[in-house]
Design a protein around this ligand. Structure first.
Ligand code: ATP
Length: 619
């Protein structure tokens, strides 16, 4: 266990050899056949889990036998329960058998890269232990609470500690986190943990583990980092790494992926049309390149009466957690998010990167990353001055529930970021769509809305994404709007965009931050005491820093009348490009696919193509 991260030769990207997963026949198809404790089974039932997902079915049995687990399974496939259930089962067994000291030791340590994830995992533990009385106690020490509270939580020797590596290492060093009797270690989002700058902390923790700890490494992609951690923490792990096509087929819920080639200004136009006419049915997450862009989009949409929340590393952690919580309760329909930590961490993918593309592993690479052009470095330096939370993460691991569409308003800089972003939809077997705006080289620069550096790379990144997705048997299809119809909305877009000046964006950013800092204090109490008293605290209030143009809030009839006959969408050229993605919902509704040749026709009888009927919209 005392090996150093740097000791390992990572020239091969293959995971260490291990037996292949057992054949499907040997895997349990129901939770009952997993023979879990009745208290856990009751919770599973309450959570409406009908049967184990493939990763759960394959890994829970060997985990219950005490084997180390290395699991690579797609985003949203249920990896959290795949490690929590066997750990909880074994802790309950130990307690029932009145194992010496079982009541007074920290048996499980779960390491996650971000605070968002720590919160989520802790909530899942609470969910699974609902019927265990006080038998199992878990503490989340990544939370924004004072050191003294963290210490008192740890001194109480919770059965399970959920933490980021840095928090865990701090408490280990001050001897408040006692790992001497640890039995289970989980590294969740293992492909990320090093790229979040946790290398030194992982090293400290690896050296602190007692012999015989059972390790779980869970990841959506297999990178060199995962391999590095495997060597460091695992003993001949049982490896679950299904063929991606089979995985999609088995678990359902693959993401339908589309892209639209467009100019920078037209991105705003399409955004306005898509959301004002409610062309997407259900909740959406819009990803943008940086914090300013969050507010630019929010102010832009606000002028049309479209409310959205922003989510970025600048907001206090309590606000961020509350926003995700409320979004999952369907209080909000649109989140505009940045994933700046990922962008900072991995500006450059190597040519030919695939799903296993390499994340950087320097301890502080949230800020530095690999060598970059001077201009980029300068920009980063500027960003560094802003107060960012390096343990913020939204595109990875966070369980946004029932997201119909991930809209990449700005394309990410790497294919890996793309994979994680689109993983926020089509979770737990649901359908979902990813739509990406691409600014091709020839349209780059022909705009005045804003200059975002990332757009200069869109062509290149799109190629990488396509190659990566093709390897997984998935495809990105072009999607074309009938721009004649869309253009009828352009002057309104122009009016709105003109009002969103740089100063307005800065004011909005400051105003929001002030408000959220105030809210954060309330939220702190809320999280500690009573979750019910903050229903009214909304994060999508109008920011009101630009002049009100009330005419923009409604769409005149004459614009809608034009849409009666023809669909606003022209079907795309590539195979599968005829899909009409814009009717994706939460729950278990499936994407409606058009037939491809017939304009906008739904493949399901009795259901209308929403784009075709947009002329009748009551906007
Ligand atoms: N057996 C199941 N049946 C139904 N829903 C499930 C099941 N297992 C997990 N889920 C739900 O699926 C969603 C995704 O699970 P989870 O967050 O564990 O996925 P993940 O694989 O860790 O995703 P990511 O890689 O993005 O972190 C959660 O809302 C979870 O409650």
């Amino acid at each position: 266990m005392k090996r150093k991260l740097g000791d390992v030769d990572w020239t091969s990207k293959e995971a260490p050899a291990s037996p292949p997963p057992k054949p499907a026949a040997a895997t349990p198809s129901t939770f009952t056949s997993l023979a879990l404790d009745p208290r856990l089974m009751q919770a599973v039932g309450q959570l409406n889990y009908v049967k184990p997902t493939p990763v759960q079915a394959h890994t829970i049995p060997p985990a219950l036998e005490g084997k180390d687990i290395l699991a690579r399974a797609k985003t949203g496939s249920g990896k959290t329960a795949a490690y929590l259930l066997p750990i909880l089962q074994r802790i309950l067994e130990a307690k029932d058998a009145a194992d010496a000291g079982a009541d007074n030791l920290t048996a499980g340590l779960i390491l996650v890269p971000t605070r968002e994830l720590a919160d989520q995992v802790h909530k899942m533990i609470e969910g699974f232990t609902t019927f265990c009385g006080k038998q199992i106690r878990a503490a989340n020490i990544a939370r924004n609470i004072s050191d003294s509270i963290q210490q008192s939580l740890l001194l109480d020797r919770p059965d399970i500690v959920v933490s980021t590596p840095s928090r865990a290492a701090i408490h280990f060093n001050t001897e408040t986190l006692d790992l001497t009797l640890l039995r289970y270690l989980v590294v969740d989002e293992a492909d990320l943990i090093l790229s979040y700058g946790h290398e030194n902390d992982m090293q400290v923790l690896a050296g602190a583990l007692p012999k015989g700890v059972q390790t779980f490494l869970m990841s959506a992609t297999l990178t060199d980092d995962v391999q590095q951690l495997t060597e460091l923490f695992c003993r001949h792990p049982f490896t679950y790494r299904p063929d991606q096509k089979a995985e999609d087929g088995e678990s359902g819920g693959a993401v339908s992926q589309f892209y639209i080639s467009t100019g920078e200004d037209t991105k705003f136009l399409l955004l306005y049309v898509i959301f004002k006419l409610k062309l997407i049915k259900g909740k959406s997450i819009i990803f943008v390149a940086d914090v300013d862009r969050c507010y630019r989009l929010r102010l832009f949409l606000e002028q049309f009466g479209i409310r959205a929340c922003v989510l970025n590393s600048e907001l206090p952690v309590n606000s961020r957690l509350h926003i995700v919580e409320e979004f999952n309760k369907n209080v909000y329909e649109i989140i505009i998010a940045t994933d700046e930590n990922e962008i900072m961490g991995e500006e450059e993918d190597d040519e030919g990167d695939d799903e296993d593309d390499t994340a950087t592993t320097t301890a502080d690479n949230n800020e530095e990353g690999p060598a970059k052009p001077k201009k980029q470095k300068k920009k980063q330096k500027k960003k560094k001055q802003r107060k960012r939370d390096s343990e913020y993460g939204v595109s990875r691991g966070v369980d946004f529930q029932n997201v119909a569409c991930v809209l990449n308003f700005d394309l990410p800089l790497t294919a890996k970021s793309y994979t994680h972003r689109i993983g926020r939809t089509a979770r737990a077997g649901n359908a979902g769509m990813a739509l990406s705006f691409i600014v091709p080289r020839d349209l780059h620069g022909k705009h005045r809305a804003t200059s975002v550096e990332s757009t200069a790379h869109d062509d290149k990144v799109l190629d990488k994404i396509k190659r990566q997705q093709a390897k997984l048997g998935r495809e990105l299809a072009p999607y074309k709007f009938d721009m004649k119809q869309v253009d009828a909305f352009r002057y309104r877009m122009d009016d709105a965009l003109r009002a969103v000046t740089k100063v307005a964006v800065q004011n909005a950013r400051m105003k929001e931050l002030r408000q959220e800092l105030l809210a954060s204090e309330k939220l702190k109490r809320h999280f500690e005491e009573n979750p019910e008293d903050l229903r009214h605290l909304r994060h999508d209030r109008e920011i009101k820093v630009v002049r009100v143009q009330s005419h923009l809030k409604r769409v005149p009839e004459y614009l809608l009348a034009k849409g009666q006959a023809a669909s606003m969408v022209q079907q795309g050229g590539a195979a599968g490009g005829g899909n009409v993605p814009f009717k994706v919902g939460g729950g278990r509704r499936r994407v409606i696919h058009g037939k491809g040749k017939a304009k906008g026709r739904s493949s399901k009888p009795g259901r209308k193509d929403p784009l075709k009927s947009f002329g009748k919209s009551k906007k």
